[in-house]
Design a protein around this ligand. Structure first.
Ligand SMILES: O=C(O)C(=O)C[C@]1(C(=O)O)C=C[C@@H](O)C=C1
Length: 292
């Protein structure tokens, strides 16, 4: 059995992990805070952690990327992309219309990212309702069940509603229907996921030797002339000195490919530091028959 730490229970992280990992060989260890998720794998209590690192509309989850870079040494072993469908859920049956369901609603609890993903919906339909952030969407659903009052609702995944016996008052209320989150599985050993394998990626961190004209251009040209595609590049502070940055780069190639190792050697030869955060398979979501 592989032990998998994740924010949970009842979160999108858990829902997505159950979709991609084989439950026959995985045991989930739900944690209340993302720090606990990371630390449980660092301390050997779990074999892997599942970490959300990017969303279609919010971009990178900088806090989680920074953890991977500064706080822990846990290589990325896989990534998956999972659709985020957000449900408004509460205790008790919904009314005939959203207005009727929400006539007595005073507060909505959810994860900060989820509240952001429903901003337009909330402004349009529930502008006077108080919003409260909690540590995860699963925790939001649990709180709503504990309070047992139709004055409080959660924005959370369908699986959290099933776990805590909540009713769906409004379905798929995210502002953008194509809302996806990218999760990485980090840990010391490679692991096989279930099907839908797409390709291999490598994530690196590049620190420039000093700030000089054309430094980043030189780094990028090592990939460009080899026709290696980069799917993401982002600068983040090194946290050592104000104005000092490293570049976090996702590469659409495996370290086993012919050209990537020589590109990395070239970048090191011009004086840059290269740290490999992982070389891993990427998986994409395919809806099950009932969802199509
Ligand atoms: O609270 C959850 O449900 C989570 O899985 C966390 C999290 C995140 O931290 O980004 C994951 C995906 C969703 O986009 C919103 C929240």
């Amino acid at each position: 059995m592989k032990r998998i730490a994740l924010l949970g229970p009842g979160t999108y992280t858990e829902e997505s992990a159950r979709h991609f990992l084989d439950s026959a060989v995985c045991e989930y260890v739900p944690c209340k805070l993302i720090d606990d998720v990371f630390m449980s794998t660092v301390n050997g209590i779990t074999d892997y952690s599942v970490i959300p690192i990017e969303n279609t509309f919010d971009g990178s989850v900088s806090l989680h990327l920074d953890w991977l870079v500064h706080e822990v040494n846990l290589p990325m072993q896989a990534e998956w992309i999972y659709p985020i469908s957000i449900q408004l859920m509460a205790v008790g049956a919904p009314g005939d219309t959203l207005e009727a369901s929400c006539s007595g609603l005073k507060k909505i609890v959810s994860h900060s990212v989820t509240l952001t993903q429903c901003r337009q919906f909330l402004r349009k339909y529930l502008p006077h309702v108080e919003l409260e952030q909690v540590s995860s969407n699963g925790e939001a659903a649990r709180l709503v069940q504990e309070l047992g009052s139709p004055e409080v609702a959660a924005l959370a995944p369908r699986s959290a509603g099933a776990l805590y016996g909540l009713q769906i008052w409004a379905q798929d209320v995210q502002d953008h229907q194509k809302n996806f989150t990218r999760f990485v599985l980090v840990g010391q050993a490679p692991i096989e996921l279930m099907d839908n394998y797409r390709s291999h990626k490598t994530t690196i961190l590049v620190t420039l030797p000093e700030d000089y004209p054309g430094a980043l251009h030189q780094v990028l040209s090592a990939f460009a002339w080899r026709r290696i595609n980069l799917s993401k590049i982002e600068s983040r502070p090194t946290k050592k000195k104000l104005g000092n940055y490293y570049f976090y780069i996702d590469i659409d190639a495996s370290l086993d490919s012919v050209l990537l190792p020589s590109a990395l050697q070239e970048i090191e030869a011009i004086g840059c530091q290269v740290r490999i955060l992982g070389c891993y398979p990427t998986y994409s979501y395919k809806p099950t028959h009932s969802e199509v």
